[in-house]
Design a protein. Structure first.
Length: 463
């Protein structure tokens, strides 16, 4: 077998390429693909399971296969940031530090010489990473921004001791929350070019900004003013605001009395988050169920995205791209403890699907939450991974990459006599317009799709 072929079916050891079944991303995207046409003869590989995504384990910082990591943000280059367990200084220490992952360099610490703990929440296309860190357990948490190998920039507060950066747009505007002069109160902020702006609230004491796009649209949540003499917690609602000025605007939840929050906003101003359902008609007072929701960019009308199962009582949308692909988590929330048992979901074209149904069933993964999706259709998140049947499951950050579809693999002349895929023939089939592999989900087949396909086909034993 030459260097330009990938064997499928009767394959050498260590090759893990799966021949995807009919339905190029159909389960996830609503795009209809043609079924594979079987060729006569023993060398044509049989269709395998309908695997839509390949799972990439983003690894650990511990130097071993053991360790925890969680992905929180991702850019258009599929660089992923989050928090990962650092090598312990003592046998009992478990400390999470900010990480950044890229295809070329793998996982690395954002703050190499930092001895404290923290997280990285977001990264823009220029490689600017934002998050928060503290030097020790009793030290205040401070927001930071770092562009590549440049010196760390500590973001000032609004008069309090602590803050956190949660989002950054392409020009480098940073949003998050900061304590005010009253340490009990936190306000959303925008930080840019050394200037801090307090976004205020919608009448309550606290607010948090979770994301910002390049237009300056900021989203998050704010408390409302409590009624006089009320002993109930203040209602909190999602908001959208302008980084350049003006007031915050309330995002209506499923009902006027619903708590809601906005987690992410696309460059096309699609906003996603979660909302409580309306008041229960039951005579027993109980916590309301929570649904993932989307606010449309035109009228800001709320749209219910639902939950994966009727047994679930909680779902939230955590990321969205410019074409309206929404990702998040759905499952059970124990209100008394705040503990969650969730599964990652993808919502597209009116349909919510379990991302665990779109990966190889023997992958060893249970995808718990999808936190970000870019315009290539790559999805970042975290879940439980079991290296083998006897190993203990580890919570790990992942990246999901769309697999090539069956029609792209069945183009004329790309299969060799021994069932191998000829990369040169694959490229020629592309130039003849015979491929139907919209791998970056932009509605057309371009050179970018070919690049993704060749990368997947040529490096499948890297994972």
């Amino acid at each position: 077998m030459t260097a330009n072929t990938i064997r499928c079916g009767r394959r050498p050891a260590r090759r893990t390429f799966a021949c995807a079944a009919a339905g190029l991303l159909a389960a996830a995207t609503g795009v209809t693909a043609q079924p594979l046409t079987e060729r006569p003869g023993p060398n044509r590989p049989n269709p395998g399971p309908s695997v839509v995504y390949r799972v990439i384990d983003l690894g650990t910082l511990t130097g071993t296969d053991r360790g925890v990591s969680r992905a929180m943000g991702m850019n258009e280059r599929s660089m992923v940031v989050g928090a990962a367990q650092a090598p312990p200084a003592t046998p009992t220490e478990r400390r999470l530090v900010p990480f950044v992952w890229s295809r070329g360099d793998g996982i690395a610490r954002v703050l190499p010489a930092f001895a404290g703990s923290g997280f990285a929440a977001d990264i823009n296309n220029r490689g600017t990473v934002v998050g928060a860190a503290r030097r020790g357990p009793d030290q205040p948490q401070r927001a930071f921004a770092r562009a590549g190998n440049r010196p760390l920039s500590t973001i000032p507060t609004l008069g309090g001791a602590q803050n956190a950066a949660l989002g950054v747009n392409q020009p480098g505007m940073v949003v998050g929350w900061s304590e005010t002069g009253n340490a009990q109160h936190r306000h959303a902020f925008v930080y840019f070019n050394g200037r801090m702006r307090d976004l205020g609230t919608l009448g309550g004491e606290n607010s948090v900004a979770n994301d910002i796009n390049s237009r300056g649209s900021v989203v998050g949540w704010s408390g409302l003013a409590s009624p006089p003499n009320s002993t109930q917690p203040a209602q909190r609602v999602g908001f959208v605001g302008d980084a350049f000025g003006g007031e915050l605007h309330r995002l209506e939840g499923i009902s006027p009395s619903s708590d809601s929050w906005a987690n992410a906003v696309s460059e096309t101003n699609i906003i996603v988050g979660a909302s409580e359902e309306g008041p229960s008609v039951l005579p027993v007072i109980r916590p309301r169920d929570v649904e993932a929701v989307l606010w449309s960019p035109d009228a800001l009308a709320v749209r219910e995205l639902g939950r994966l199962s009727t047994d679930d009582n909680f779902a939230e949308a955590m990321g969205v791209n410019n074409r309206g692909m929404v990702v998040g988590r759905s499952g059970e929330l124990v209100h008394a403890t705040g503990e969650m048992t969730t599964l990652a979901f993808l919502w597209r074209n009116g349909r919510m699907v379990n991302l665990n149904d779109l990966i190889a069933p023997n992958s060893g993964w249970r995808l718990e939450a999808a936190t970000a999706v870019n315009n290539r259709g790559h999805i970042a998140g975290f879940g439980l991974r079991r290296a083998n049947s006897t190993a203990q499951a580890q919570r790990r950050a992942f990246l999901l990459v769309p697999m090539p579809g069956p029609r792209s693999l069945g183009a004329t002349g790309v299969w060799g006599p021994d069932g191998e895929l000829d990369i040169n023939a694959f490229f020629e089939a592309f130039t003849r317009g015979e491929l139907d592999a919209d791998l970056d989900l932009d509605g057309k087949v371009t050179l970018n799709d070919l690049e993704i396909a060749l990368e997947l086909l040529g490096r499948l034993d890297d994972n």
